[in-house]
Every structure is written in C-alpha cells, then in structure tokens.
Design a protein around this ligand. Structure first.
Ligand code: GAR
Length: 191
C-alpha cells in the first residue's frame, strides 16, 4: 500500500509513521512521498532522514483551503506518487471536492480530540479550556464535512488536575504517534 503523507508543520506524526515502517510495524504499507504546503515545514526534513522523497507543493492562491490551481498541483503530485492512501498528518488546510473526489475513500486524517467533540482548530486547547476529564485523538476518513468523516479508531487521554496545556499536548501527541501508524498498518492488511 503506497502511502503519501501531507503535512504543514513539525511532522512528528510523519516521523512516527516512518519509524514504525523501519521497525516493521506498518504492515504492508510504505511511505512513498511526503508533501508540504509550506516550504519551511519541518516535515520536509524527514525526507533526507528516512530516504523518502519530500517536496513542497505550492497551494496558492488560497490561505486555508486547497482549491483552484493549488489543488490541481496537489492532485497531480499525489497521482504521480501513485498513492493508495493519503494521510493528512497535521495538514492544516480544508480539502475541497476536486481533491476529495480524485482520491475518494483513500484519505485519512488525524485530529487531536475525541471527535465529534472539539473539531476544527486547536482541538487540544478546546478540550483543555472546556474542562473535560477525558480527551484524546481520532483517525477518520475524510469527507467534505470538516473533521466529520467515518471514525476509524481513537485513543483516549485522561486530563489530570495537575495537567497543563503543555503536558496535555505531550500526552496527546504520544497517543497520536501510537494510533496513526497502527491504523495505517490495519488498513494495509485489508488491501
Ligand atoms: C497533530 O496534533 C494533529 O492531530 C494536528 O496537528 C498536529 C500535527 O503535528 N492536526 C489537526 O489539528 C488537524 N485539524 P505534527 O506536525 O507534529 O505531526
């Protein structure tokens, strides 16, 4: 199963996927391409570290969504990589029907809350400020509804009285790093 990872930032989840692959914990999946929508994104540095092609693809003209010419460039890049699965790992842009239809049923997203609670931006901060005692992370199929597609798996994280926003974020990222590679491995065994 050929996996293309899309990201915008740090890339800690992409690193977790690649580490799982190297440790033989990614099932029949292998990462064939990393794509970022920001030229300075740290996720692009993983290419050299793990020997995987990594490229910036220009998402212009829009700032928060992928549509128009930028969308066409992303569709072409993912097609060129012959992707069986597109993994959104911190890709901070809303996908539109052009991209969604081009890879229908093949796109998954990672979100840092137990959906359907706290969708959208800053899922960790939303849960922390609301004072819930249990939050976590979700991997779901991507549809036109933002953070609304079918839930594939979740991992719960308890918010303790002594947790700060920073300590909670650390716990959620640790859960994400376990959950996302496991979901990809599971999907790969079904191909
Ligand atoms: C992750 O926490 C992921 O859940 C979140 O961005 C972070 C990316 O971290 N995604 C979203 O909020 C999507 N709405 P990373 O770049 O270190 O993998």
């Amino acid at each position: 199963m050929r996996v293309v990872i899309l990201g915008s930032g740090r890339g800690s989840n992409a690193a977790a996927i690649l580490e799982a692959q190297h440790a033989g914990r990614l099932g029949r999946a292998r990462v064939v391409q990393i794509i970022a929508d920001k030229p300075e994104a740290k996720i692009l540095e993983l290419g050299a570290r793990f020997g995987v092609p990594a490229a910036f693809v220009d998402p212009a003209p829009f700032k928060t969504k992928l549509e128009g010419e930028g969308e066409a460039r992303f569709i072409a890049a993912v097609r060129d990589a012959n992707a069986d699965l597109v993994v959104l790992a911190g890709f901070m842009r809303v996908l539109k029907p052009g991209f969604l239809n081009a890879f229908a049923g093949k796109i998954i997203n990672l979100h840092p809350s137990l959906l359907p609670s706290f969708p959208g931006l800053d899922g960790i901060g939303q849960a922390f400020r609301r004072g819930v005692k249990i939050t976590g992370c979700t991997v779901h199929g991507v549809t036109a509804e933002v953070d609304g597609g079918p839930i594939l798996n979740q991992m719960a994280v308890r918010i303790e009285p002594f947790d700060t926003l920073e300590s909670l974020a650390e716990k959620i990222h640790a859960a994400e790093h376990a959950l996302l590679p496991a979901v990809i491995a599971g999907l790969s065994e079904r191909v």
